[in-house]
Design a protein around this ligand. Structure first.
Ligand code: DAH
Length: 349
């Protein structure tokens, strides 16, 4: 057989072979068996050294043509295979947006309110019924509202306990507590008044079962004439009874907060373990839930209120802890975890 017929035969065989290739790996193998160093084409071409120059002039361009043909076929097949592979992948990962029986069966049709939102709204209702306004405040605060006006001057050790995230230039920060809304609230109204301010607060904290970098508080402030500590205690007990829909065991300890004097820590008997000790109450059986106290005269002054005429009390409720107590959630990290398996348990239909 002359060399030209051999080339024709090679091309015909190749055309047959490439029809059956369906994966990139097979295509690579085919390519190397025809065009590789030890491939069929080189095998045929190796015979050229025995040819006369005239013969070479004919065979050379013919061989070149075959080579170009093979290369073109391989490139085309390669992009076909690539496209097919992508399409298979896409088909596998396809999301069905249509409204099917399965969607209905899995109850994926309606969202639900986050447990913190549900509890927040409930508590807002309780306070609204007691004549309180509900205020909102900025997450980004300046030092004056977050610290100074609350009787926490620069270099006061209380600032260390509320390490937070500062914005560039260190003039603004993410508020460490909702107490900053006390300042806005006092300035915007004249005494007497009462309001609550629920919202997110931020701390540069190491997280664990009971600490998060972002959590929720609900601040409360009541300013009037001749308010007493008994008013404060009675008030707090009533609120907790409303929230838990039963009498909860509470204890009052002295607590230090620069913006109240005297200040208290109001703890409730841990409802997760009934006081036996668990990870939420850190094995002490009590949970700090409601720090509170009589508003410090300096705070009233910073808010433009005459402390000789008015006084009052303030409190900062830990909303996440309350939610955890209510639903027996044993790790605060679930609250911001966005895990649907957790959240779906709070859906209401
Ligand atoms: N702002 C305090 C904190 O985040 C909580 C607090 C304590 C708020 C006593 C109050 C209060 O209004 O009276 O630790």
């Amino acid at each position: 057989m002359d060399i030209k017929s051999k080339l024709e035969e090679l091309q015909a065989k190749f055309e047959e072979a490439i029809k059956n290739v369906s994966t990139s790996a097979d295509l690579m193998n085919l390519k190397s068996s025809y065009l590789g160093k030890r491939g069929s084409l080189n095998d045929v071409l190796s015979k050229m050294k025995d040819m006369t120059p005239q013969e070479r002039q004919v065979v050379g361009p013919a061989a070149q043509k075959v080579k170009e043909f093979l290369n073109k076929e391989i490139t085309q097949t390669s992009s076909k295979i690539e496209r097919a592979e992508i399409e298979t992948k896409l088909a596998k990962n396809r999301i069905d947006f249509s409204y099917t029986d399965k969607v209905r069966h899995d109850r994926l049709t309606s969202g639900g309110l986050h447990p913190v939102t549900q509890v927040r709204r409930e508590i807002e209702d309780i306070f609204l019924s007691m004549g309180f306004e509900v205020l909102d405040g900025p997450h980004i605060e300046d030092e004056f509202h977050n610290f100074e006006a609350l009787n926490i001057p620069k270099n006061h050790p209380a600032r260390d306990m509320q390490d937070t995230f500062w914005l560039e230039g260190a003039k603004h920060l993410l508020r460490t507590h909702t107490s900053s809304v006390q300042v806005h609230g006092m300035k915007e109204r004249s005494a007497p008044f009462r309001f609550i301010a629920p919202g997110k607060v931020f701390r540069a904290e190491r997280t664990d079962a009971s600490h998060e970098m972002v959590f929720h508080q609900l601040e409360g402030m009541l300013v009037d004439k001749d308010v007493s500590i008994s008013n404060l205690i009675y008030f707090m007990k009533t609120v907790l009874k409303e929230i838990f829909k039963k009498d909860v065991e509470v204890r009052l300890r002295p607590g230090f907060f620069p913006f109240v004097e005297p200040g208290f820590e109001l703890d409730i008997r841990c409802l997760i373990c009934s006081g036996k000790g668990c990870s939420v109450c850190k094995k002490v059986g009590w949970v700090e839930l409601l720090p509170c106290g009589m508003i410090h005269p300096n705070v009233l002054k910073a808010g433009g209120i005459n402390p000789d005429e008015y006084n009052g009390f303030a409190f900062g409720l830990g909303l996440d802890r309350l939610v955890m107590m209510r639903y027996a959630i044993d790790d605060i990290r679930h609250i911001h975890g966005s895990d649907l398996r957790f959240l779906e348990q709070f859906k209401k239909y």
